[in-house]
Design a binder for this molecule. Sequence first.
Ligand SMILES: Cc1cc2nc3c(=O)[nH]c(=O)nc-3n(C[C@H](O)[C@H](O)[C@H](O)COP(=O)(O)OP(=O)(O)OC[C@H]3O[C@@H](n4cnc5c(N)ncnc54)[C@H](O)[C@@H]3O)c2cc1C
Length: 447
Amino acid sequence: MPFPISIDDPISYPGPPPSDTDVVVVGGGIIGVMSAWELAKRGVKVVLLEKGRIAAEQSSRNWGWIRAQGRDAAEVPIMQEAATMWRQMADEIGEDIGLRQSGVTYLAENEKNLARYEGWLPIAHDHGLDTVLMSAKETAAKFEGSATTWAGALWTPGDMRAEPWVAVPALARAAVRDGVTIVESCAARMIETKTGRVSGVITESGTINASSVVVAGGAWSSLFLRRHGVKIPQLSVRATVAATAPVENVHDGAAVDDRLAFRRRQDGGYTLAASGFHELYVGPDAFRALGSFAGQLMQDPLGTRLKPVPPRDYPDAWGTSRRWEADAVSPFEKMRVLDPAPNMKKVASMAKSFADTYPQLGKFEITTAWAGMIDTMPDVVPVVDTVKEMPGLTIATGMCGHGFGIGPGFGRLVAQLVTGETLNHDISRFRLSRFHDGSKLTLGPNL
Ligand SMILES: Cc1cc2nc3c(=O)[nH]c(=O)nc-3n(C[C@H](O)[C@H](O)[C@H](O)COP(=O)(O)OP(=O)(O)OC[C@H]3O[C@@H](n4cnc5c(N)ncnc54)[C@H](O)[C@@H]3O)c2cc1C
C-alpha cells in the first residue's frame, strides 16, 4: 500500500494566493496549520503556504503519540493545554481523527533504564500528571500476553493517540472553515522586508504583502531562514516506520522498549518503529552543527547512525542551493514532498521484534513502510520565538520528534506572539537567542 499522503494526490487548495494579507504562515504541517487556525480565530487574515501537500511531511509520518510523558519541564504545561485542545477539536470539527486516551508506556529492559524513567517522575508530579512507575509484576500484568518481560515501566494513562494522516488534514479543513486561506503547491521563496521589517513573502506564484511571517517549515526551516541571515542549528534525521495490517488487540495504547515502539491504530493495525534509532545524512549544515549536537549524541551514542551523503535535493544536500534568488526556482520547489525511503532492514527487524513480543499474533502483514525526516535541535527542544533583528518574523520549528502532540499548544502560542497578546506560558526555554548569546545549552530529557 502506498503512504496515504503524497505529491500525486490532487491539490485541495489550488490558490492562487491573494496579494495582501495580515500574516503569511510558511509550512502546512501541524505547527503551521494550528498557528494559522489560532490566528484566524483571533480575526487575523492569514494565508498558509505549503510547497507540497498539507501534512505530507513529518505531520503525517509520525507515530501518532500525544504524550506529556518524557517531555522537558517547560513543554509539559503547553502539552497539557494541547491535550485539552485535542479533546475539544475532536469533539467540534465533525470528523473522527482517531483521538483516544489509551496511555503511553516506556518499558524498561533493566533497572538502569527504570531508574532513568523514575528520574522524570518529579516533573510529572510537579504538573499533576497521572504518571506512575510500575514494578516488573505490574508491568507484566498490564502487558499480559507479551512474551517479553521488563524490569518495570513508566506509564501515563492520560496520554493519548490520534491518526496523523487523518487528523492534520482534518484540522486544516477546520481552519479553512474558520477563515484560513491555504495554498498548496506554492513555495515561499523569500521574505520581503522594508526598512528592516517584514513587508511580505515572495512565493512561486507572486508576492503576498503582509506585515508578519511565521516560519513553520519543519526540516526546511534552517535552510529558509539562513537565506535571510537567521541561523538555527537544526538537523534532520531519518526515522523509519511501518504499519501492520489489522491484528488482534494485544495492547490498546502506545508503548516502547529498548528495541521497539508500537501503537495501536484506529484501523486495528499497529504502527511500529525501531526505538532510539535514527540516521543522519551529513551535509553542510550537519557538518557545521555537529559540534553543538555532541551532548545529544553522547547521551545515546548508538542511537544515531551517520550516513555520508544526503540524497539529492534534500534540505541539507551538498548540491542544494543556499543562495537562490526570488525570481528563480528555489530548493523548496525542487522537493515538494520530502519522502525518504524507509530502511527496509529495520522494517524487517521491527516486524521480528513485534512478533517476538507477541508470538500469538502469528504471521502478520506489513502493509506500508515509510520514513520521515525529524527536525531536531541540539538541546532537544524547539525554537518558538520572534526574531528581534527582523520585526514581523516568528519562528516555530525544530520540534525534535515530538511536535505532533504539542502542536496545538505551540500553534496558540505562535498566534499570541504574532498578535502581541500575553502568552499563556513561559517560552523562554525555546528562545532563539540561546544559540548565539553564550548560553549553556541544557539538554532536555529526551526520553
Ligand atoms: C517518524 C516520526 C515519528 C514521530 N512521532 C511522533 C509522535 O509520536 N508524537 C509527536 O508528538 N511527534 C512525533 N513526531 C514529530 C512530529 O511529527 C513533528 O514534530 C511535527 O509533525 C512537526 O510539525 P511541523 O509542522 O513543524 O513540520 P512538518 O510536518 O514537517 O511540516 C512542515 C511543512 O512545511 C513545508 N515547507 C517547508 N518549507 C516551505 C516553503 N519554503 N514554502 C512552503 N512550504 C514549505 C513542508 O513541505 C512541510 O509540509 C514524529 C516524527 C517522525 C518523522
